[in-house]
Design a protein around this ligand. Structure first.
Ligand SMILES: NC(=O)c1ccc[n+]([C@@H]2O[C@H](COP(=O)([O-])OP(=O)(O)OC[C@H]3O[C@@H](n4cnc5c(N)ncnc54)[C@H](O)[C@@H]3O)[C@@H](O)[C@H]2O)c1
Length: 256
């Protein structure tokens, strides 16, 4: 532990499980105070207790990232509690059963886009209002996916949402990052051992074939902590000249 984030205040969405929890844990280890946000109250409570039972370095807010009122309340609570928001990690996300376009129902399309794409849009829009006026600016980290870089690592909704998230990242970087003081970067994880796989309950046959042919069934599997370390780098001043990039963390899956 090197105090890379000493004095920083972060919000992490989807902090109740998987990578969000691991990122929050590493941020606290590096000296940050973290507002843990999640739609699942049980996961949130457990994460807060596991990360810092004293409550000195973490607080919690129940927030559905697809709801603007929740986003506004999440960021207001952070600023009311810690006086500022330096880092926003848009991590909350869901998958889409690898559904190809003909088999994608409207409700699943809308849900995936609302959580994976509109959520980060709403949260970034709200956070930037505070960040741009802060002395030290702000830093946005979007948890995309290799599905945001290639065509067959998810279904059509997941693929579109993660490509879109990388687009949001680059647009913020090219505007606020170049002309202002808010930089933005994305991480594209490959296969990471979290709870998200359990929600693949009725995977699409052709979607799975395409994923399998792209090596998806025997790709290297990483730990959430290995992605959290990348997030620490992007959140810290060690990456102060890194803006608008996507760091792939997939153990070399897409290099093959
Ligand atoms: N696990 C992987 O292999 C993998 C690979 C690439 C990208 N990702 C991305 O990483 C991110 C985190 O996924 P994970 O693997 O840690 O999954 P996970 O299911 O373990 O955790 C996701 C968390 O997000 C929360 N969440 C879901 N919907 C929400 C909403 N509407 N509002 C707020 N919180 C919500 C869940 O309650 C859960 O705590 C996602 O964006 C996912 O797309 C995961």
């Amino acid at each position: 532990m090197t105090d890379l984030l000493k004095g920083k205040v972060a919000i992490v969405t989807g902090a109740g499980s998987g990578m969000g929890k691991a990122i929050s844990t590493r941020f606290v280890e590096e000296g940050a105070r973290v507002m843990l946000a999640d739609i699942n109250p049980d996961g949130l409570k457990q994460a807060a207790n596991d990360i810092d039972p004293t409550g000195e370095a973490v607080d919690t807010v129940i927030a559905n990232v697809a709801k603007e009122d929740d986003i506004v309340a999440m960021i207001k609570k952070t600023v009311d509690t810690y006086s500022k928001v330096d880092i926003l990690v848009n991590n909350a996300g869901i998958v889409d059963n690898i559904k190809i376009i003909e088999n994608m129902p409207d409700d699943l399309w809308n849900r995936v886009l609302a959580i994976n794409l509109t959520g980060p849009f709403l949260a970034s829009r709200e956070a930037v209002k505070y960040m741009k006026n802060q002395k030290d600016g702000g830093n946005i980290i979007n948890i995309a996916s290799v599905g945001g870089l290639f065509g067959s690592r998810g279904g059509v909704a997941y693929t579109a949402s993660k490509h879109g998230l990388i687009g949001i990242t680059k647009n913020i970087a090219a505007t606020y990052g170049v002309y202002g003081n808010v930089r933005a970067n994305a991480i594209a994880p490959g296969s990471i051992a979290t709870n998200i796989g359990k929600t693949l309950d009725a995977p699409d046959e052709l979607g799975m074939k395409a994923l399998g042919d792209a090596g998806g069934m025997n790709s290297p599997v990483g730990k959430p902590e290995q992605v959290a370390d990348v997030a620490v780098f992007l959140a810290s001043d060690q990456s102060s000249f890194v803006n608008g990039t996507v760091i792939t963390a997939d153990g070399g899956w897409t290099a093959r």
